[in-house]
Design a protein around this ligand. Structure first.
Ligand SMILES: [Zn+2]
Length: 839
């Protein structure tokens, strides 16, 4: 009784004095070891204790270099830079002895992924563990824990740590997302109170748009491991293939009221290409986390949420590459301390949990080392057996070398072998040409990854997905594609990928022509317009000097331009060479079809583009447009914030893009302004939910299918699952194009795969010429959709356009720029921008 009372008293007094949330380094560190005094503590370098302030990326870098300079257990490399120029660091941490032979160790480890190698002595090989932190910049406890973890690994002294360093190679990535971490650290630090205030309403815990989650262009870096489109991912995927880690960890945060999550995730949602042994090992590793958290007194859970389906996530990517990916999710304090269902959640507490999970991972790696190495070796031996069925994948586009190159680049980043095409051939109405096609032989080490990238799956064990359910790369790139049983189309192995070069163009004193198919043509067109050249677009196909020109061919007349004929020639040559597009001089205007002087060639005006961003706008969708225009096409875009929209002179812009948003984000005053701007000749381009706003502001009439479903025979327990199954997390559908409509210019095939993650179903226009992009009768190409939704989607419109005064309102039901790797539909937006006037 007395003891209980004392405990209550202690608890009360602690609460009364609980204003001070500060801790020192000992709070994080194990006490069963001693610490090398020669290794500087984080505080001695960065000027504050771990968890006292949010670490900024520059200070994190400073500390990591300091450790590498003072510890013979650590080497450091700079693997490139983010969009904002921050270094992408990697520390290699192991025993000094291993460091001496690091390249030998690496080669021996790699031999485990070579199915023909039988000599590996697993007993003498260390396990390789890749530890990465805070890929979402505002889930900062990971990168802050990295300070303490790195210190521990550099400074701790005991036989146990010697054993750890002898038996593991730790690839330590202290910040997966430097730009996001920096953005968030600034936010949390500028709002920190001297008297830390855990009130969730304090601005410290309420980030403003776009928040620190994403990278510079507002991409979720934890979806890019498979597409590898962003510099951060490119650096780490290179490291991955350099080492093939046995375990890769990904330290995140989740809602403030949660506890701590470690994988395994929901078992039924594991991707079927992942061997079941992977999940068994994940569960084995989990026991080490559980033990460590029990000791610490921290609560946790596993298996009830998150999954291992989409291979583009850091914790799932290793699963198709012979390793084990582990996701950690810590309840977020967001700022320095916040009230939660579990009491005050302090930042140091969150950091300590991450620290603990990092160490329990290493403990598991040492204890399970032989199993992990064996598993990896078996993964590649089994894959090789499957691969011996042989066959090949051929992809190409005889009109678009750039897009073909971009997909080949992804293959190369994943160390997938591919070949040139041996000779031109045609099949099923598609023509594959040398230089515009590649062949992937399936009989190779990366057989399973190839399947994961190219398969079209429509049957699933579960109907719920944490992320997208399909990502077939040939569809995302809208490339011609064939699978063959033989490998007789295999030409030379591509060892160094090179873009198909354009070295010269045919000269002319009359006119130049550029077909619109190549991915880079919008970039070239924009450069021509910026230069002040008069440029036209052909609304119909024609044949000239034995060459067929498709819809949307760009015409550059030579006479009466700002540049003289030589300047034009050299400017065009430069553009053609830089962008690898084909531009041809012609000597006559007389064609079979529309002549070059025909009124079916329409003048293209220079475009001045604005993109609406800010509160309520989906940052990813806005960022993808920004990235596309700025990075891919070198087109200037003005980002207009919803906050200041009603004070902006819109007459400066020819196009305004409104990305998907949650509605009610634009003030009535701004809405009126936008309407007047359209009536005066502007082109308003909207995506997904923007259509509802178009409707309510009478900008464009869109009829959505609104029939609501009701649940039949669904119990309370099944409720979430039922509604979840009606959600389209992301799948691929087939549309039919009207190739004569300017929105479809540059598309050589009449079928176009599109990505969809919404349940907006738009009724077709009663005039068929107004339906240039329609979902087909059987539209599902890959991924999950409920039967009810599939029935609704059939034969609906993916695109709407309407005239308003002198202007146009253009609407896409779906995101044409998804995650920067959906190259196949990017041209739709460019057509809306450049050819809107002709629609
Ligand atoms: Zn996260």
């Amino acid at each position: 009784m007395k003891e209980t009372l004392q405990l209550v008293f202690l608890f009360l007094s602690f609460n009364l004095l609980a204003q001070d949330y500060s801790v020192d380094l000992d709070y994080y560190l194990p006490t069963d070891v001693s610490y090398n005094k020669n290794i500087p503590t984080p505080k001695s370098i960065v000027g504050h204790e771990v968890g006292e302030w949010h670490i900024t990326h520059d200070k994190l870098v400073q500390y990591m270099y300091t450790l590498a300079n003072t510890s013979d257990r650590i080497t450091i490399e700079d693997r490139g830079e983010t969009f904002e120029g921050r270094p992408l660091l990697l520390l290699t941490i192991t025993s000094p002895n291993n460091h001496k032979n690091i390249d030998q160790i690496r080669k021996a480890h790699l031999s485990l992924t070579d199915a023909s190698n039988n000599n590996s002595n697993l007993n003498e090989m260390p396990a390789v563990v890749y530890q990465g932190f805070s890929i979402h910049g505002n889930e900062a406890s990971g990168s802050n824990a990295a300070l303490a973890v790195a210190y521990y690994l550099a400074a701790a002294q005991s036989t146990k740590i010697d054993e750890l360093l002898e038996n593991t190679i730790i690839l330590f990535d202290p910040s997966y997302n430097p730009d996001g971490l920096q953005r968030f650290a600034s936010w949390a630090n500028i709002h920190k109170n001297k008297n830390i205030n855990p009130d969730p309403n304090d601005r410290e815990y309420r980030e403003v748009w776009p928040g620190g989650r994403t990278n510079h262009y507002w991409f979720d870096l934890n979806r890019d491991w498979l597409p590898v489109q962003l510099p951060e991912t490119q650096a780490r995927v290179k490291t991955f293939h350099n080492w093939y880690p046995n375990i890769l960890t990904d330290h995140h945060e989740m809602g403030t009221n949660a506890t701590f999550f470690f994988q395994p995730g929901i078992p039924s949602r594991t991707h079927p290409l992942t061997p079941s042994k992977n999940q068994e090992l994940t569960a084995g590793i989990a026991e080490y986390h559980a033990k460590a958290f029990n000791k610490l007194g921290s609560f946790y859970y596993s298996k009830e949420s998150f999954d291992d389906f989409y291979y583009g996530k850091g914790s799932t990517f290793p699963d198709i590459n012979g390793g084990i990916g582990i996701l950690f999710e810590q309840a977020s304090s967001r700022g320095h301390a916040q009230e939660s269902d579990n009491g005050i959640l302090t930042f140091p507490f969150a950091i300590r949990n991450q620290f603990t999970a990092a160490l329990s991972t290493l403990e598991a790696a040492v204890a399970m080392r032989p199993q992990l190495l064996e598993y990896q070796q078996k993964f590649y031996k089994d894959a090789q057996k499957e691969a011996s069925e042989g066959g090949a994948i051929i992809f190409g586009d005889e009109k678009d070398a750039t897009k073909v190159y971009r997909l080949a680049e992804i293959l190369q980043r994943h160390q997938i072998k591919f070949h040139e095409l041996k000779e031109d051939f045609s099949k099923n109405g598609k023509s594959f040409q040398k230089g515009y096609s590649y062949v992937i032989p399936k009989n190779q080490k990366q057989y399973r990854l190839i399947n994961a990238m190219f398969e079209k799956r429509t049957n699933f064990q579960d109907s719920l997905f944490y992320d997208i359910s399909a990502w077939t790369f040939s569809l995302a790139f809208n490339l011609d594609y064939e699978e063959t049983k033989s490998t007789d189309k295999l030409g030379k192995l591509v060892s160094k990928l090179k873009m198909k070069e354009v070295t010269k163009i045919k000269n002319s004193n009359y006119a130049f022509l550029m077909e619109w198919h190549d991915y880079n043509t919008p970039k070239v067109l924009n450069k021509l317009l910026e230069k002040g050249l008069r440029v036209k677009v052909g609304l119909k196909p024609f044949t000239l000097e034995n060459k067929d020109y498709d819809y949307g061919t760009i015409l550059i007349p030579v006479q009466n331009q700002k540049l003289d004929k030589n300047e034009i020639k050299y400017f065009l040559l430069e553009l053609a060479q830089e962008n690898n597009v084909i531009i041809t001089g012609v000597s006559t205007g007389l064609t079979e079809g529309i002549d070059l002087g025909s009124s079916n060639f329409k003048i293209i005006e220079p475009q001045k583009i604005a993109l609406i961003i800010g509160d309520g706008i989906t940052p990813y969708d806005a960022g993808e447009v920004w990235h596309l225009l700025d990075q891919r096409f070198d087109i200037q875009v003005t980002k207009l914030d919803t906050r200041t929209l009603d004070r902006v002179d819109l007459s400066r812009y020819t196009d305004i893009i409104l990305p998907n948003n949650r509605g009610n984000t634009i003030s009535d005053k701004s809405a009126k302004k936008i309407k007047i701007w359209v009536e005066n000749g502007g082109s308003l381009i909207g995506y997904k939910n923007a259509g509802k706003w178009f409707n309510s502001n009478e900008l464009l009439k869109i009829k959505y299918k609104t029939k609501k479903d009701s649940a039949q025979n669904i119990s309370f327990e099944q409720k979430d699952k039922y509604f979840g199954a009606q959600y389209i997390g992301g799948a691929i559908f087939e549309t039919e194009l009207d190739r004569s409509h300017p929105i479809a210019f540059g598309y050589k095939n009449s079928k176009l795969p599109v990505f969809r993650n919404s349940t907006l179903f738009v009724e077709v226009d009663k005039n068929s010429y107004n339906n240039p992009i329609l979902y087909t009768k059987n539209p599902l190409l890959g991924g999950y959709i409920s039967k009810k939704n599939l029935d609704k989607l059939k034969n609906t419109a993916a695109f709407k356009i309407g005239r308003l005064g002198k202007g146009k309102v253009i609407y896409f039901t779906d995101n044409t720029n998804f995650r920067g790797f959906w190259y196949g539909t990017n041209k739709l937006l460019m057509n809306a921008i450049f050819f809107g006037d002709e629609m």
